[in-house]
Design a binder for this molecule. Sequence first.
Ligand SMILES: Cc1cc2nc3c(=O)[nH]c(=O)nc-3n(C[C@H](O)[C@H](O)[C@H](O)COP(=O)(O)OP(=O)(O)OC[C@H]3O[C@@H](n4cnc5c(N)ncnc54)[C@H](O)[C@@H]3O)c2cc1C
Length: 444
Amino acid sequence: MLNIAIIGAGPGGLALALRLQQKGFNPTIYEGAPELKPLGVGVDIKIYGVKEITEMGLLEEFQSISVEAIDSIFYTRYGQMIYGEKCGKHMGYPHEQRFVHRGDLQMMFYRAVLDRLGPNSVQLGKRCTGFEQNETGVTIHFEGLDGTKSSARHDVLIGADGIKSAVRNQLVPSSSASHYSGVAMWRGVTVMPPFRNGGTILHIGDPIAQGSMIVYPITNNVDGKGNQLVNWVVEQNGQPKSLEDWNQRMDQGEIAHNFDECKLDFVNVGEIIRNAREVYLYPLIDRDPLDQWSFDRVTLIGDAAHAMYPRGGNGLCQALVDARVLAEKLAEIDNPAEAFKAYEGVRREFANRLVIANRGEGPEVVRRIVEERSGGKPFDNIEDIFPIAECEKIFLEYHRMAGMQRPDDAGPLGFRDEGFFNEDRAKKAAVENDIAGAKGSARA
Ligand SMILES: Cc1cc2nc3c(=O)[nH]c(=O)nc-3n(C[C@H](O)[C@H](O)[C@H](O)COP(=O)(O)OP(=O)(O)OC[C@H]3O[C@@H](n4cnc5c(N)ncnc54)[C@H](O)[C@@H]3O)c2cc1C
């Protein structure tokens, strides 16, 4: 059996190990950190990511650590509603969309790997520093935290070592340069009572003029008192590039009052920031798309292959798709170099398109349109400046591009009236969606 090495025990590397195990392989993961800790803040797991997790046999456990996304609503900086749409099954897709703490998801995969592949399947404290390959295999070099050097020989090597991938940097040295958007991201989490239906993602403000904010809950009953852990991200333009470090702790002082003008009747937006439990600063960066991922016995997955702006949850979900396709190709094709090429053939072009698309505004553009057309002032009637049909077109196009064509056959799924969305309607939509799923008309 192929002796597979995976570098990196992030969500991508761990998911790959689980997918390979399902196909009868027994890979080894080498992780640089001496211990896996639940780091990071929130990630948005799209319907296609939930589908992957379901196929990995982890849906129930995943549901227990995450929050179901019910609707997604866009507001101006003053809290005036621009547009809303439902999420996941409420939208008519055959899967839920869910929000989760990145670290909780990583630890769930980690437990599953240890359980299914055994305690020696993940070797911690082994940072990959380089490799050599020939026609029979790959020799991989490691360094421990104390400087101890070691090596291991495997048939193939898969780099799942994230945005600063050492494997990718050796294969394509020019790819080590980061591409900076000029935008700084403040990321934080706040313990607070659930707002609206406890499953809403809010998009507030204008990315160009004032700065924008995204808010969504990631853990239910985080303190045993019914409060949720709520994730938020504030993006600010024109900031100097800060450290490329996911764990750079900051104080929220600089942005503490940026959203005080936003008046929503169900939540105090300014207080979400001021009451934060943890705040991090991260530059909005990615890597230029690669022309090649697979080099004979070595290939890349996840952020190592296609680091994209961490917006919209596609980065992590794309790593889960990589994991499935790569395991399938290794199971189908005997020659591993050919299997790697086949995997790349399925995945690279699509993932590269997403990297580029993520550099654009995506559906967030609706907030800029309203800011420009209203001159940055409150409006009397949104229909006068931005008709719903025009807005709807932008969302339909975005979902299509991201491979999640909206199943609008059940009727229009966007809304502007807060009253449109209530529990009864959500339940009815869920029933209709099951029917749509069974008929195969929901295209996930
Ligand atoms: C600490 C951290 C926090 C994050 N927080 C968020 C967040 O809050 N929101 C968000 O949207 N995205 C976040 N991300 C990014 C997100 O997790 C990825 O986009 C997505 O999970 C893809 O996963 P991946 O496994 O490809 O890469 P990653 O999640 O980056 O995992 C890569 C793994 O490889 C290990 N590694 C790196 N170099 C080496 C080496 N040379 N040798 C051995 N091991 C190595 C790393 O320690 C890490 O465990 C975070 C990433 C990290 C590493």
